[in-house]
Design a protein around this ligand. Structure first.
Ligand SMILES: Nc1ncnc2c1ncn2[C@@H]1O[C@H](COP(=O)(O)OP(=O)(O)OP(=O)(O)O)[C@@H](O)[C@H]1O
Length: 701
């Protein structure tokens, strides 16, 4: 395990701290460690301290009062129970000691004082009953309390959140802070904060009562003070061990291993529905599988266990010492018994037992994990069921290889005959009895109002869905007779909801065409080709602005965590933290240019016969829109590919189209060339005139 520590000293006033980096498996751990000497660190300024105590007390007082006011009687019982819980360990130790002392007396004198034993046992039983009663009551009031406290604070936070103006929302820190507390029960909320504060109260009560007991009761036994001290050493060493793993300083941990990140990126592409359309159309599944395998092989000896468990395992010697210290109280008492068996005390042995309760706690947690054993078995069973079953495919694949059956031509013939379609699990047809014919090499524009079915038609051409009735012919064969994969290899599609993979710019574009093979031995040629596509998509400026150019990852899929102290980190710590998970902010037009670059990269291939674009210029300026159309048009006019263009903005475009399809409410209401459709004076003429009028009135103003 390679370990690196770089120190960048910084001075903030009188305090000295530095950033320390440690590589543990796939994680980089960044900690801001304080180097002040002990004197400076523990320098106590009573005035500052008093000020801080007053400030904290007033906040806590207000918080406590607000929480208390939601239901005073419930809150009183809840707090009483928490305090009681803090005292139970000591009370239990006290009673155990008393009972055992009586037994010890009985063993040494041969007679038992039944009255004292009876009283003790009855008292213990009563206390246990009270404890169970309170526990029961506490459980039933806790639910009501938590919802009340959470809602009280959520309401006021929501009110302030809704009043934020846009620029405040864009101040991500402010917005995130609100959102952190508005996500519901499983995220940080007022009730959790309250219970944590009460938890501290309970912890202090417990620690003070146990210390009092240890020194008070054990002090009267021979060697008792020594024993108490050993128990303390044990407790402190455990705390020190814990402190070595979770250092009490600002900490930020992220996955810096490129292979680990790549595995997660592939997983994200595979599991997020928003990537699925492009994934299917561009046929990248094999490539993703290979990349996953490659990354997994590289990661085989690198641990991805969380950094704390890696630290825990790191030092064998300190781990042995820590465990031996845990046994010190018992060893001490065994030694005492050996030296003077007469001073042997049953109650002290019982207390030794109590002191080792921490160990019992660990076993208890192991036996009572957060998810039950039966649940784990069910999960494993589910894994096997998924692994053994075929993927659930709703479409029957065809048998023809499109590349073999298609005529020798550069374009694609497409014909719809009385096609109707409804989306899966919907009954209403969104495409109704549509028929048209597109000849290879033609430029076709599909127009219509919102929701008229343009994008749906577009998805049917690529067989993303199967139609309900009618037939779609591709080069004279029904679309369903082709192996879908082979047909898609001949198409380049730009969807309205284009996606961006959590990979580099270079790879985002490269994935547009994995079917022609990605030959990494000739990477320079690939890079040149990708660069050319970036220029065709108009995205060269976007790429040039990135520090790593084509290799920049604009939306990194970073896995990171921070501890509660991270808010207290210095400016350098915070800057580094912000830098790690940062996504590049691009305008909608810039994202679209990148998606278009991917389309051009694919469309360049000789294999591609149909280029289909759905609203490719929705976010582009008029200059870029014109350039884009000309570039796309050349794919048809020069290279002979069929071009389908779905758009709301027409005029320039439709005048140059060989065929215009006009959609309304799922039906094809008109089709023909621009001049013919204008003469019809119907839907197309209406839409065209509306746009022309708007354009004219803009000019007049
Ligand atoms: N995935 C889907 N599941 C169910 N219904 C859908 C889905 N996608 C679209 N629809 C519905 O199909 C109809 C046609 O939508 P479509 O997106 O094809 O219209 P459009 O003409 O492209 O609209 P726009 O101009 O707004 O892009 C609409 O009523 C829409 O609500």
């Amino acid at each position: 395990m390679d370990s690196k520590s770089s120190q960048e000293e910084k001075n903030a006033g009188t305090s000295k701290s530095s950033l320390q980096f440690e590589q543990l498996g796939v994680w980089t751990v960044m900690e801001e460690v304080n180097h002040d000497n002990l004197w400076i660190r523990f320098q106590w300024n009573p005035r500052d301290w008093i000020k801080e105590v007053i400030r904290a007390s007033s906040i806590l007082y207000r918080f406590a009062l607000d929480c208390y006011a939601v239901s005073p009687w419930r809150m009183s019982i809840y707090i009483m129970f928490q305090v009681w819980s803090g005292l139970t360990t000591s009370i239990n130790m006290y009673f155990t000691g008393k009972v055992l002392n009586s037994m010890q007396d009985a063993l040494s004198t041969g007679s038992l004082d039944g009255r004292i034993l009876f009283q003790t046992i009855m008292l213990r039983i009563s206390l246990r009953c009270i404890e169970s009663g309170l526990h029961h009551l506490n459980h039933s009031i806790r639910n009501g309390l938590s919802t009340r406290v959470r809602t009280l604070f959520e309401r006021s936070l929501l009110t302030s959140n809704l009043r934020l103006d846009l620029s405040s929302c864009e101040e991500k820190d402010t917005f995130d802070k609100y959102n952190k507390y508005l996500k519901g029960k499983y995220f940080p909320n007022a009730w959790k904060t309250f219970t944590q504060i009460i938890g501290r109260l309970q912890l202090y009560t417990s620690a003070i009562s146990q210390l009092t007991f240890l020194f008070g009761v054990l002090g009267s036994h021979p060697g008792g003070y020594w024993f108490s001290l050993i128990c303390l050493v044990n407790a402190f060493s455990a705390a020190g061990w814990h402190g070595r793993i979770y250092k009490n300083c600002p900490t930020y941990v992220w996955d810096s291993n490129p292979y680990f990140r790549r595995i997660r990126a592939v997983m994200q592409i595979a599991t997020d529905l928003k990537h699925r359309m492009e994934m299917i159309s561009d046929g990248i599944s094999n490539y993703l599988e290979k990349e996953w395998l490659k990354a997994s092989e590289n990661l085989v000896d690198v641990s991805d266990d969380y950094y704390t468990s890696q630290r825990d395992e790191k030092s064998l010697i300190s781990s042995i010492i820590q465990r031996l210290i845990g046994d010190l109280p018992l060893m001490f008492y065994t030694f005492q018994v050996y030296l003077s068996p007469k001073a042997f005390s049953l109650s002290a042995v019982a207390l030794t037992q109590q002191a080792s309760e921490t160990l019992t706690g660990v076993v208890w947690r192991a036996l009572n994990p957060s998810s039950p054993f039966s649940g784990l078995v069910r999960q494993a069973e589910e894994l096997y069921t998924l692994q053994d079953s075929d993927p659930l495919l709703t479409m029957m694949d065809g048998t023809l290889d499109y590349a073999e059956y298609a005529p020798k031509a550069n374009g694609m013939d497409i014909a719809f005959e009385n096609v109707s379609f409804s989306y899966p699990k919907k009954t209403e047809n969104v495409i109704r009895d549509v028929s048209f014919t597109i000849k290879q090499g033609q430029i076709v524009v599909i127009v219509g109002l919102n929701g008229s079915g343009k994008s749906t038609l577009f998805k049917l051409i690529n067989r993303l869905y199967d139609i309900k009735s009618g037939t779609v012919f591709i080069d004279s064969h029904p679309i369903a007779s082709y192996m879908a994969k082979t047909l898609r290899k001949a198409t380049a599609m730009h969807y309205q909801t284009y996606t961006h993979y959590p990979l580099s710019i270079y790879e985002n574009i490269l994935l547009g065409n994995v079917d022609d093979g990605i030959n990494m031995e000739n990477e320079q040629a690939l890079r040149d080709s990708v660069k050319e596509a970036i220029e065709m998509g108009g995205a060269e400026e976007v790429m040039e602005k990135q520090p790593a150019g084509m290799d920049s990852v604009l939306k990194p899929n970073v896995l990171s965590t921070r501890n509660h102290k991270s808010e207290e980190g210095g400016p350098e710590f915070k800057a580094k933290m912000a830098e790690i998970g940062k996504s590049t902010e691009l305008s909608a037009g810039q994202w679209q240019r990148l998606a278009l670059a991917r389309l051009f990269y694919r469309a360049k291939s000789k294999r591609v016969r149909l280029v289909a674009v759905d609203e490719p210029s929705a976010s582009l300026d008029p200059k870029m829109e014109y350039a884009l159309f000309e570039r796309l048009r050349s794919l048809s006019s020069i290279q002979g590919k069929t071009l389908i263009y779905v758009t709301h903005r027409f005029g320039y475009l439709t005048k140059r189209a060989d065929l215009i399809l006009v959609m309304r409410e799922g039906q094809l209401v008109e089709q023909g060339r621009h001049s013919d459709l204008l003469k019809l004076n119907g839907e197309y003429a209406n839409l065209y005139n509306l746009q022309a009028e708007a354009f004219m009135s803009d000019e007049l103003e």
